[in-house]
Design a protein. Structure first.
Length: 202
């Protein structure tokens, strides 16, 4: 049995490298750990850490288009369509079932909440302040527009057996334990619940 399986968001160098730093620290503490990543920076990940298996992951073009539309006041599902999210979740469930980690750690990985709940695996979320419900300056207009995204996400949550629905986009990245990797001076946050820790940049 693996102590921890780390799955970063596959778009962007920071998520992959931050996850690798976390894996190295866990190894230093005598934890067995694997980093499941197949994104464009896979060649930079320690081959002794990396586990291949994430195929048909988030599409960069779809994700970039969703961000562009949000900035212009529209909403587009960041996975392109619900079917892609379902396929990603199925892949993650397969990896979790194979490696049997005691805990999964996701770095801003939008799908991992569903996979963790479907496999009854404790989920640690690592992300930035502005991607959590604890951020002090959540633009209400963006939150309202993103509700359509949450509705589609909740459909997939239900398909994989979850009875608890997410109320807004920011709850998608809330796990059993939440590590916020930011500077409080740069990204101010509200008072945190017991399930969240402000750990600073990683």
């Amino acid at each position: 049995m693996l102590d921890a399986l780390v799955l970063p968001h596959n778009i962007g160098l920071a998520h992959a490298m931050r996850s690798q730093v976390l894996c190295k620290e866990l190894q230093r503490r005598n934890c067995s750990v694997k980093l499941a990543y197949g994104g464009p920076y896979a060649f930079m990940v320690d081959p002794n850490l990396r586990f291949d298996g994430i195929s048909n992951d988030y599409d960069v073009a779809d994700y970039a288009e969703s961000l562009r539309r949000v900035n212009s006041g529209q909403v587009q599902f960041p996975f392109g369509d619900k079917n892609r999210l379902e396929r990603i979740v199925e892949t993650e469930i397969g990896i979790i079932t194979e490696l049997k980690p005691k805990v999964v750690i996701g770095d801003t990985r939008l799908s991992l909440l569903i996979s963790a709940q479907a496999t009854s695996t404790p989920y640690v979320s690592v992300t930035n302040s502005n991607m959590t419900p604890y951020y002090k300056i959540i633009p209400l207009r963006h939150a309202a527009r993103a509700q359509k995204t949450v509705e589609m996400y909740n459909e997939v949550l239900a398909e994989f057996g979850s009875k608890k629905q997410r109320k807004n986009f920011y709850e998608i990245l809330v796990g059993n334990l939440n590590l916020i990797v930011d500077l409080s001076e740069f990204m101010p946050i509200k008072r945190l619940p017991n399930t969240a820790r402000f750990v600073g940049p990683m």
